[in-house]
Design a protein around this ligand. Sequence first.
Ligand SMILES: [Fe+2]
Length: 315
Amino acid sequence: MNIVGLDALVFGVDDVADCARYLIDYGLTPVDTGPDGGRFEGLDGTAILLARRDDPSLPPPLPTASTLRKTIYGVAEAATLDAIAAELGRDRAVRWLADGSLESVDDLGFALGFRVSTPRPLTFAAEAANAPGVSAQRPVNALGVDTNAPPPKPRSLSHVVYFVPDVAKAEAFYADRLGFVTTDRFTKVGPFMRPAGCRDHHTLFMIQTPPFLQGCEHFTFHMGGPTEVLAAGRRMVELGYQSFWGPGRHIFGSNWFWYFNSPFGCHVEYDADMDHHDADWVAREAEANADSSQVFLFQARELWFPSGPPPAKTA
Ligand SMILES: [Fe+2]
């Protein structure tokens, strides 16, 4: 199954305007949006799709308060869609939608979509760092910080995290039916998984929870580097959003992170610099705790200078 990664996440919400404002403040670009929602894209076109909770075109909701209505994966070519349709069609309904995508459901009830992925190729460089002992990564006179630059934009949809009531059953579905690989695991919590066509440490992480919590715990877009995570997160704090966890750097996946509360009923993260893996990687396992979840963790605070706080902002 040549699934190459996440293509879009679909949410059905009560307050479309509030969620739309949040996604724009987060840095996504609204495309074909209106009072009933629409598409909010990262730089490569992967997206969050927003709709009203009662939109009849959405798959049925989970039997919980989760607002996640569908996880859409991108595949490399139409033959993979046919293969997925044949595989999942053995024991569940599979629908071909008018846009050429497939719609079905996983073994836990999460609605799934599959479409031929057509992300825009990104030509930006990753954040570069100069260091003694190696040739310069930034050309001479090229600045690491540009205070005139616009706020950093999320580049591509990175991963989604599910709360699931039966993590063993869920992992078996993604591994056995869709060809996902487990890259690492938190004992008694759940696996980090990547589809076969994607080298990112994880596009899916699943956490065992009681059934009433089933749904989306968070979603994330990749940023261009740690400075962009910090700058974008700092901006969210200044806009009044509540930081939930971070900034910091994870151990499994090595990705920089900063999580925020959101009106989606889940957290929303920025990440950067995630590990890549291939078939040679041997999955690790660790107890989930503060020591294994991050190598370091900071906490946002007001800008500071030894002579005092910044001057009060004037409107
Ligand atoms: Fe994450």
